[in-house]
Design a protein around this ligand. Sequence first.
Ligand SMILES: *Cc1c(COP(=O)(O)O)cnc(C)c1O
Length: 459
Amino acid sequence: MKQLYFPEPFRIKSVEPLKMLTREEREEKIAAANYNVFALASQDVYIDLLTDSGTGAMSSAQWAGVMVGDESYAGADCYYKVQSSAKEIFGLPYIQLVHQGRAAEKVLLPVLLAGKKYAISNMHFDTTRAHVELAGARAIDCVVPQALDTTAYYDFKGNMDCARLEQYIAELGAENIGVIIMTITNNSAGGQPVSVENIRKTRAIAHKHGIKFMIDAARYAENAYFVKLREPEFKESSIADIVKATFEDADCFTMSSKKDAIVNMGGLIGCRDKALFELVKQRTISFEGFITYGGMSGRDIEALAQGLREGIDENYLRYRIGQMQYLAGRLDEAGIPYQSPVGGHAVFVDAKKLLPHIPYYEFPAQALAIELYREAGIRACDIGSYMLGNDPDTGKQLEADFEFTRLAIPRRVYTQSHLDVIADALINIKERASKIKGFCIVEEPPILRHFTAKLRPLD
Ligand SMILES: *Cc1c(COP(=O)(O)O)cnc(C)c1O
C-alpha cells in the first residue's frame, strides 16, 4: 500500500502541457544530442530533473506580485518589501540584492579574501570554489567523514568536521584564512543538512581565531526543516526561529534565491557589519546595478519578497522534503542504492552500486542518466567521473569519490504520479542493469566538459 507522506499544501491553477515522445523518438533525440543530456531540447523531456535551481513554480501571490512590481531605477517599492522580508527572516541588518548566487559570490568573496590565501568550507559549491580561486585563494573542503559512506545513516552528513577545521587553522595560520563558509544544505554531499549545533561550533571556532564566518544559504529553509526533525533542541521550534538560530552571529551570507526562495532568478547578500556592507554596495553598483535593484527586475524582486516567506512555511517544507522521502522510500523497496538518508533537493542514485560492471572511465552515472531518458523521457545528470573530467597535468581521466546520477526535484512542479514514473523507470532499469553499457567521449572541451562533450555508447 502506498503511504501519503506529503499532501500538497496547494492546488493547481495553471498547467503546462508536456510532450510524451515514443521510445523510438527518444532514441533518435538522445543520439542526435550525442548522448549529452544538456544538448536535449527541454521540449523533448517529459520529467526534467536536471536541476532544482530556478525551476520552481511560483504561487498565485507571486504571480500577482509580478504585476505589482515597481520598475523604478531607485527606491522602488519592491526594494523596501524585500528588505523587510529578508531582515525579518535572517536577522542581519544589511541586505543587498544581486541577480543570482554566483553574483553574490563575485561581489563579496574578493572583499573577504583580499590579502588572504584560503577559504575553508564544509563543502564549496562549484561556483563558490570558482570565485574563491578567482579571488586568488584556495578552497578547502572539510566535511565530516560520514558523508563519504552512501549507505551509513547519519543525521547531519553535511556537517563541518570541526576537529579537522581546528587542525587546518593551526597548520595554515588563522591570518591566512579569509573566511569560513558553511553551505546549507551541503549541496555537493547530496543536499545533506547541517545541524545548528555544528553551525554554532564552527562559528565559535572562526570567531575565536578572528576569521569571518559566512553562510552559503541557498537551501536555508530545507536545512531548517531537517533541524526540526532531527535536532532535539528544536523539536518544538518554528521554522522561522530555526532560521534565526542558524544565522545568529553570522558575519555575512550569500544566497541563490533560485532555490528555497522559489523564484526563477535572484540572489542576496547579507552583512552584519556596516563597513563590510559599504564595500558590498560599491561593488554591486559596478557589477550588478544600482543598490535598490541589484541586477533584478522590479517584478522579480516583488516575487522574491513573497517567495522568501513561502519558502519557510512548514506545510510546504513537509510536502517538499516528503517528496524526496517518498521517492527514496520507493527506491528502498526496490533495493536501488542512493545517498542515504535522502537529502533536501534531490535523490542521488548510486550508479557505482547499481551498475558495478561499468568502470569509472566508462561513466556509470552518465550511462544511467541516458537510460532514464530512453526509458521514460526523464532528464537527470551525472555527478561523477564524467563531470569531474581529466587531470589537468597528465590529461588522464580522474576517478570521482562518487558516481551519482542526480535526480533534482523542482519545487511545487511535479506530482506524486511523476515521482512514481521516476521510481518505476529505475526499477525497470535495475532489472536489465547487467546489460547496460558504458560510454566513451568522442569530443570534449578542456574545462567543464560535461556541458558540451559528445559521447558514444560502447558495444
Ligand atoms: C546554486 C548554488 C550557488 C550558486 O547560485 P546561482 O544562483 O546558480 O548562481 C551557490 N551555492 C550553492 C550551495 C548553490 O546551490
